[in-house]
Structure formats: structure tokens, C-alpha cells
Design a protein around this ligand. Sequence first.
Ligand code: SF4
Ligand code: SF4
Length: 111
Amino acid sequence: MPPVPANPCTRCGACCASFRVDFAREELEDEGGCVPAGLAVEINETLCRMRGTDHAAPRCAALVGTVGVDAHCGIYEWRPSPCREFGLRAPMGVGDDACTRARSRHGLPPL
Ligand code: SF4
Ligand code: SF4
């Protein structure tokens, strides 16, 4: 059997240090969801944002490690829906336009 290709996301993390991540309050653990509340900031009555993702140099507070070297989501099982839908830290987003933009921002080549 051929070897299973390595998931480039396990070394990258560029999208977690490039884009704002907003999600519904109901996804917070203290609202019945699973996203740790301490890693999010309240935006308004209905929306929250992953802490750090709207900074001038964005970096999600849940991102662990060094972008482009060895980075991973510290709350992978509990990450909010935008991360699942867009494919942040998941193979389905690898190589798409947003992935390429994020990687370029961190000096990494497209996939
Ligand atoms: S989706 Fe792209 S930018 Fe995001 S971690 Fe994976 S390879 Fe990096
Ligand atoms: S919650 Fe995880 S997957 Fe989502 S932006 Fe933060 S580090 Fe990336």
C-alpha cells in the first residue's frame, strides 16, 4: 500500500493566523456548545469571535506552535463551525484560494 500522504495542515496553521473567525454564541461551551469560552470574545448578542483573530497580525488564541513549521489547533475537537466549514486545519481547505492567500501571507508556497 502507498503511504498515506502527510496532512500539510499539521505543519502549517497559516489560515488560523490570517482570518477573522466569527461564530454563533450558542457554540460556546457555557451556552450549550463546545468552544471554550475563554478563547472567544463577545461581539454582540448573537456573535462571538475567536480571540486574536481580529488583531493587526491575526493569530487565533487556540493555535499552538509555529506557523509553517509545526502548528495545530489546540481545540480541534471543539473548534467552532467556521473552522469546520472553511476547512481551517482540515484537509478539505488545502489548496483553495483562501488557503493560498493565508500561506502567502506567511511566506509559504501554495499547495
Ligand atoms: S488549510 Fe491551508 S492554510 Fe490552513 S492549515 Fe491547511 S494548508 Fe495551512
Ligand atoms: S479554533 Fe482552531 S481551527 Fe479555528 S482558527 Fe483557531 S486554531 Fe484554527
